[in-house]
Design a protein around this ligand. Structure first.
Ligand code: NAD
Length: 327
């Protein structure tokens, strides 16, 4: 497999799947062999645009491929992923891994038993604005996250917690290296039959507290993270691609160009301001390159099936707390 191109197919070429097609056409060790969508007209349009083949049968595409990108609605992920894995194919599953924990576990077990790669498309993990934090010693004690989006029918097959908040749950689990201790949550359903606006307060065993809000009926798109810890405050705008880091230092330590001095209990301190330069690689392309490299064994998936399952577990707990609360 190391020297051979990986034969890959895309299942579901709607809003996001077409971007998978675009990037997969441009990754060196990948050969995009074709696409399948239950909407043949949509598949034909995308095939024409990106010069690839439309398969009339999902099974034929799965059989001919080494690996599949599953970019269909969330409530179809488990069935399709299990079909691919049963036929010994690696899978990249868009987030969330599945809509129930039981299905997520079945996917992971099947993949482990057959030594196949399962990668989950929690794309924010490779958002350059978040990756810019790598050089800093980030161990936040309080985290605030807001993810608001205007209404769209896409994603409404699951509650907002499983569609939007799950991105932030995955980010939290990757930043806070401690198990979840306690969750409080509330929310409301306004347009759809499930929860459209949700707020959760998550306390971790190391006493870090996170407050996350998600809405799918907002006026505008907002995706912001604020991290607070001793001597550091950081704001990340995942949408605009802007990371700003404020640190408190002793005056003598600082080489930063932008700084504000202040006195505290007789010692001279400064607040420094840094705006790290962000890497400009496309996050989806980065995830798919990582998937290809994981298949050939030169990398590990940035977001594994187990990571996807862990985020889903917290999301399901939050959604359950909210629905119990609103009964
Ligand atoms: P979409 O509705 O625009 O596209 C889904 C496509 O799948 C449609 O073209 C539909 O015809 C097709 N489809 C439906 N059932 C199918 C089946 N059984 N077999 C084959 N094709 C099928 O939805 P979308 O916004 O592209 O979302 C797709 C998935 O991607 C969802 O799981 C969503 O959560 C995820 N997503 C992730 C991100 C991200 O930031 N990582 C962003 C958007 C969507």
């Amino acid at each position: 497999m190391l020297n051979k191109k990986i034969k890959i197919g895309v299942l579901g070429v709607g809003h996001l799947g077409q971007h998978h097609v675009k990037h997969l056409k441009n990754i060196n060790n990948i050969n995009l062999i074709g696409i399948f969508d239950i909407n043949y007209k949509q598949a034909s349009k995308i095939a024409l645009k990106y010069k690839t083949k439309v398969f009339k049968s999902m099974s034929t595409l799965i059989e001919e491929a080494d690996a599949l990108s599953i970019v269909t609605p969330t409530d179809t992920h488990a069935l399709i992923a299990k079909k691919c894995l049963t036929l010994n194919k690696h899978v990249f599953i868009e987030k969330p891994i599945a809509d129930t924990l039981n299905e997520a576990d079945k996917i992971i077990t099947l993949a482990n038993n057959k030594n196949l790669i399962v990668q989950i498309g929690h794309i924010e993990r490779v958002n350059p604005a978040l990756l810019a934090l790598k050089p800093y010693d980030v161990k936040p004690k309080f985290i605030e996250i807001q993810r608001l989006a205007p209404y769209s029918i896409r994603g409404t097959e699951v509650p907002v917690v499983l569609d939007k908040m799950i991105h932030d749950i995955d980010i939290l689990l990757s930043i806070v290296n401690s198990p979840v201790k306690e969750i409080q949550a509330n929310g409301i359903s306004i347009i759809t039959d499930s929860i459209d606006i949700a707020h959760a307060r998550i306390k971790f065993q190391n006493n870090t507290v996170a407050s996350i809000t998600s809405s799918r009926i907002a006026k505008e798109d907002i995706r912001k993270i604020k991290l607070f810890q001793r001597d550091l405050y950081c704001t990340i705008d995942l949408l605009l691609g802007l990371t700003e880091v404020y640190r408190i230092k002793n005056k003598s330590q600082s080489k930063s160009a932008i700084q504000a001095p202040f006195d505290y209990k007789g010692s001279k301190k400064i607040i420094t301001y840094e705006k790290p330069i962000l890497n400009n690689i496309d996050p989806l392309k980065m995830e798919l390159m990582n998937f290809a490299n994981s298949i050939v064994g030169t990398e590990n998936p940035i977001v594994s099936g187990t990571n996807g399952r862990d985020a889903l577990e917290i999301a399901i707990k939050i959604n359950k707390l909210i629905t119990q609360d609103t009964l």
